[in-house]
Design a protein around this ligand. Structure first.
Ligand SMILES: *Cc1c(COP(=O)(O)O)cnc(C)c1O
Length: 590
């Protein structure tokens, strides 16, 4: 591409003639479309919203997920049950005429796609194509391949990944796009590299691929890894790979070094075929380099799409003082000068809206004056949702000292994650046991986009307690920060970068055990959070202001999309990557 142009900038004269093709197994496109499960999908959606705002020529591919992820129901004791979320693509999308085929387990499967036009702030459109195998002519099984997000077993999953990766590449060409860059958002899309290699070979056997052929593919691919632990990477047993992909492809992938511990490793495949790779926070990239030392892995820290996650009331308040914050979130730095009364009033409205929703759902009237903590995320064991209950007596003492404490929980467990489901029951049981006049604990059903927006804006403090280093980034605390809500969190993922003690929230200090970290959590509540909350409201307003100024300004997909565009897609220079990073020691209390 030609990076310089003497013409004034406009979308028409953007000096790039092709597009970026962005691939993700899940994308949170619209709150009414159940095409996402959690953080990865929300990040993908926020990324695309910012790319559209910034006018970046980009198209996206995912699966239609006709039955959604799942609707969560909890009974009185917190036992989770799941319902499918059938939806009608034609209510939101336009069917494309193009048809392509892929080979799955020796069968030929026909794929179509539905287009959703994501319109940016200034009218630029990012089309999102949702691949769909529900077509006459495909077998009953194959028609269901694009039904369930993260459903079924590894057999179903690998077949879906063929549709996404290999079907996606064929669809890109059937739709007539010229692609400069393929971006794999997590390893689920890694098979697109195989699709590109097969195109490169004109349909010839993969065994014939030379290093030059592979280099041609590498030149076009970039990859973002999202998983900080080996068990989190998408992997498939050799026998399964041979059966579903065929032995020619599988053995070629083996000789290319895409296997680890006897399994096809989608992260390795993506890394092997990418000219650029990144982790989603500084610390996560460092851990990824340790896991895959043969690859240089850069870092682009996640963000959230500010206009999507800032509440309406807070948006009006920001508009009154900071122009252009939607166009460029860096301007939010001047939130440092927001009037205290305005920020407190906007937060009070956010809190009322949240508590009204809690009352509507649970018939429990919470008190808007009482310190309210929020904890909502996937119910996975490493997130340690029950850390707050380590010492119930101490928690009750804190609640009493604070003149009351309210804790709101939400989160889904993957249908096959029994320990995750047990964790929800444990939180619900503790809530029933501990709740009294001073301490109120409520678990809200069916955590999704809408509930996430209400909670991150409406609580007073956002709590996160992952076991290090399992949290690659985390983004819910960023949504909170944009609404002026500080975090109280373990120093993992984004929070290592985001925590400025006493100004954007507080760190739960690293401990040698869960008990030690729980102790630090209680200490921070006792010595920092509660005293500040009970002190003059101006001081809390000051904390909210610095939270928006430091973290709302930076942890946005507006900044992140610009980094992807200039560091990954169209780099000024390819070689100056971040290859080492060490968090400087924090100044205590400052
Ligand atoms: C933002 C969001 C997430 C991701 O948040 P984490 O901090 O990674 O837990 C997950 N689910 C929903 C519904 C969200 O809105």
């Amino acid at each position: 591409m030609q990076p310089t142009s003497s013409k004034p900038f406009s979308y028409e004269t953007f000096p790039i003639s092709g597009v970026v093709a962005y691939f993700s197994m899940e994308i949170a496109i619209n709150p009414a479309m159940p095409t996402y499960s959690g953080g990865l999908g929300v990040l993908a959606g926020d990324t695309l919203r910012s790319m559209a705002d910034l006018g970046v020529p980009l198209v996206a591919f995912s699966l239609i997920h006709r039955k959604g992820y799942f609707q969560q129901h909890l009974d009185a004791s917190g036992v989770q049950s799941e319902d499918i979320q059938p939806w009608n693509p034609s209510d939101f999308c336009v069917e494309e005429k193009a048809r392509v085929t892929v080979s799955v387990e020796g069968r030929t499967v026909t794929v179509r796609c539905w287009r959703y036009d994501l319109v940016g702030r200034y009218g630029h459109v990012v089309p999102i194509y949702l691949l769909d195998t529900d077509l006459e002519g495909n077998s009953g099984w194959d028609r269901g391949l694009t039904d369930h997000l993260y459903g079924g077993d590894t057999n179903y999953r690998l077949q879906q990944e063929i549709v996404l990766g290999m079907g996606g590449v064929r669809m890109v060409h059937a739709l007539g796009y010229r692609v400069n860059v393929y971006h794999m958002n997590e390893g689920h899309a890694a098979l697109l590299t195989l699709g590109l290699l097969e195109r490169q070979l004109g349909g010839g056997p993969l065994g014939a691929a030379t290093e030059t052929d592979i280099e041609q593919v590498r030149k076009k691919c970039v990859f973002t890894t999202h998983t900080p632990v080996p068990a989190g990477h998408d992997r498939f047993y050799t026998e399964l790979a041979i059966r579903i992909l065929g032995s020619d492809r599988t053995s070629r992938l083996e000789t290319l070094g895409c296997f680890r511990d006897g399994m096809l490793n989608m992260t390795l495949l993506a890394l092997r075929f990418s000219r650029y790779a990144n982790g989603v926070a500084m610390q996560h990239a460092k851990i990824s380099r340790e896991m895959f030392p043969e690859f240089p892995i850069d870092s682009i820290t996640n963000g959230v799409h500010a206009p999507t996650w800032v509440s309406d009331t807070f948006q009006q308040m920001l508009d009154a003082h900071i122009s252009s914050w939607r166009r460029d979130t860096l301007y939010l730095r001047s939130a440092i000068d927001l009037p205290e009364q305005d920020i407190l009033a906007a937060h009070a409205t956010n809190k009322e809206a949240l508590l009204a929703e809690v009352a509507r759902r649970t018939h429990q009237a919470l008190n808007p004056k009482v310190l309210t903590l929020g904890f909502a995320r996937r119910a996975a064991t490493y997130k340690r949702a029950t850390l707050l209950f380590t010492d119930p007596k101490r928690l009750l003492e804190i609640a009493t000292k604070a003149g009351g404490l309210q804790i709101l929980y939400a989160g889904k467990a993957h249908p096959q994650d029994e320990p995750g489901k047990a964790l929800i029951q444990q939180v619900v049981a503790e809530a029933a046991k501990l709740s009294n006049d001073m301490l109120r604990i409520v678990y809200l059903e069916n955590y999704d986009w809408d509930l996430g927006a209400l909670m991150t804006a409406g609580v007073d403090v956002w709590v996160n307690t992952p076991r290090r280093p399992y949290e690659a980034s985390g983004t819910s605390g960023m949504k909170a920060a944009l609404n002026g809500v500080p975090s109280l969190s373990i120093l993992d993922g984004w929070w290592i970068e985001g925590c400025v003690e006493g100004f954007t929230g507080w760190a739960i200090e690293d401990g040698a055990s869960d008990a030690e970290e729980a102790d630090s959590l209680y200490k921070k509540l006792e010595t920092a959070v509660v005293p500040l909350y009970l002190d003059a409201p101006e001081k809390w307003a000051g904390l909210m202001r610095t939270t928006v100024a430091f973290n709302g300004s930076y942890f946005s997909t507006n900044r992140m999309a610009r980094q992807y565009t200039r560091n990954a897609y169209y780099p000024v220079k390819l070689i100056e990557r971040v290859t080492s990073w060490k968090k400087p020691p924090r100044a205590e209390g400052a």
